[in-house]
Design a protein around this ligand. Structure first.
Ligand code: NAD
Length: 480
């Protein structure tokens, strides 16, 4: 008999048509605290039939939303904001307990979850839905029922941010959080329910990608898919959606480069560059996992990076002094081990961390923050998204080569430039193949469009661009 305690969470419901209703899937997933390896809950996944019920509820709610005024939608967003704000602490706590997010990160996600409704309400308030172009009147109208498919690495943030943009545009939605974060999804659903919106305006069901996700991607009553996740899954969704010509926004894999220029202030830049790589335990699409440094100074800079990493504390994510918590799952732990092994096998120089668990942290899915120096951009660790705290330092000769290496990637989500010359930074930013470039900082501007170029995605989220991703122009021209 197992000596594990009885799981505290036993989720058997989805949120459909304004109520928590039983689901009818066959698969039960376990939720594991990644810091301890203990099972903390189970969830029965929804079935395709449950997904169809959720789509039908959203379709009914869409009838009301076609005609909802701007003020009515703003009021709904404000109610969602207040409801989620009231649950900030619960969201923070489950982000730590189920996901292993370090306290500061979990706190940020929990605050962002409510703030994004306020941001969407502000964007909507300023948005002009009717435009005159030549002799035409152009109406920006909601595209219709949206499927919002989210990943596990920022569960509450993704769910709320997508819902905020969809609702601001006047789209009812069916939300499919990742089945790898069932407790986080449940806590967010309970918070959103308290906003008391009309039934069906949003529906939330946990299901696996191959059935519920696939159903959402094919169903004729879904007009739009907003997906965040891996590039491989994004391609499946885009293919599945094309038969019914769904509009798709795909926020996908990243392999971001941080360019450290020869004139950068290292004392300022290097801690930021290391944080860019290791933020969110390295499980961030925007992780700056390739650090490009002047080749002639590789040894000097590597030494400073090692010192910074040595000062980063790995451990209990509840502890405010912890920088890096556990990876989210055993699968993630093994993935990181695989990539560290690939780096070693392909001849990169291991200068910090390495395979195995940090000393004294045997129970959970902790990994050693790892840095490789003298990495070539054709090595697997430089080409593929690792999604853990593994940094690859790559040398370059001059600015041109730095830009070429940064752009030599299938992906193009976010890039970082560190320099003391603003004009040089702007010039380089203009040439980088990335949806976002951050200069001497790692904090984004959340009102500005966010998304990827190349295989990092299609479309943009956040602010007015996020709102317009759920709108479609209708042109009306009258003979006069
Ligand atoms: P994933 O692609 O495995 O899963 C994402 C979601 O898609 C989950 O809800 C999953 O159930 C669902 N899904 C899986 N197969 C499906 C299918 N056939 N049809 C429909 N839905 C399906 O990604 P993940 O492991 O949850 O997340 C990590 C990935 O997400 C990383 O690659 C990361 O870079 C990316 N990500 C990107 C951004 C961004 O904004 N660009 C943000 C966060 C994460």
């Amino acid at each position: 008999m197992s000596n594990q305690p009885t799981p505290a969470w036993n989720i058997r419901h989805a949120y459909i048509d304004g109520a928590f209703v039983p689901v009818h899937g066959e698969r039960v997933v376990e939720s594991v605290n990644p810091a301890t390896g203990q099972v903390i809950g189970t969830a029965l996944l929804a079935s395709r039939e449950d997904a169809r019920r959720a789509i039908a509820a959203a379709k009914r709610a869409q009838e009301g939303l076609w005609h909802a005024s701007k003020d009515e939608r703003i009021a709904m967003l404000r109610r969602l904001q207040a409801a989620v704000l009231a649950h900030t602490d619960r969201i923070r706590d489950v982000t730590i307990e189920e996901y292993g997010g370090p306290l500061a990160r979990a706190r940020w996600i929990s605050q962002y979850a409510s703030q994004c409704f306020a941001t969407a309400a502000d964007a909507l308030a300023r948005h002009e839905p009717v435009r005159r172009i030549g002799e035409a009147t152009v109406l920006m109208q909601p595209v219709g029922v949206a499927a919002l498919i989210a990943p596990w690495n920022s569960a509450a943030g993704s769910i709320c941010s997508k819902l905020a943009s969809a609702l601001a545009a006047g789209c009812a939605s069916v939300i499919k959080p990742s089945e790898l974060g069932p407790i986080q999804a449940q806590v967010v659903a309970e918070a959103l329910h308290e906003a008391d919106l009309p039934p069906g305006v949003f529906n939330i069901l946990l299901g696996s990608g191959s059935d519920v996700g696939d159903e959402l991607s094919r169903h004729p009553d879904i007009a739009k898919i907003s997906f965040t996740g891996s590039t491989a899954t994004g391609k499946l969704i885009a293919r599945a959606g094309i038969d019914t010509m769904k509009r798709v926004s795909l926020a996908l894999t990243g392999k971001s480069a941080s360019i450290l220029l020869d004139d950068a202030d290292l004392a300022h830049a290097l801690p930021l560059a290391v944080n860019a790589a290791f933020m969110n335990n390295g499980q961030a699409c925007v992780a700056g996992s390739r650090l490009l440094v002047p080749r002639a100074r590789m040894d000097e800079i590597a030494g400073r990076v090692v010192a910074i990493v040595a000062g980063m504390r790995v451990g209990d994510p509840r502890d405010p002094d912890t920088h890096i918590g556990p990876l989210a799952s055993r699968v993630q732990y093994e993935r990181i081990q695989h990539y560290i092994g690939r780096g070693l096998a392909q001849g990169a120089a291991l200068i910090a961390g390495g395979e195995g668990k940090p000393a004294g942290l045997d129970a959970g899915f902790f990994v050693r923050p790892t840095v490789f120096a003298n990495v070539r951009n054709d090595m697997d660790i430089a080409r593929e998204e690792i999604f853990g705290p593994v940094l690859s330092m790559i040398g370059y000769g001059d600015e041109e080569e730095a830009i070429r290496i940064a752009n030599d990637s299938d992906y193009g989500l976010q890039a970082y430039v560190f320099t003391s010359q603003p004009e040089r930074a702007q010039r380089i930013a203009g040439r980088l193949e990335a949806g976002t470039v951050l200069i001497n900082r790692i904090v984004p501007e959340l009102l500005a469009p966010f998304g990827g170029v190349k295989q990092s995605g299609i479309g943009r989220e956040f602010g007015v661009f996020g709102l317009e991703a759920f709108l479609e122009p209708k042109t009306i021209v009258e003979d006069n």
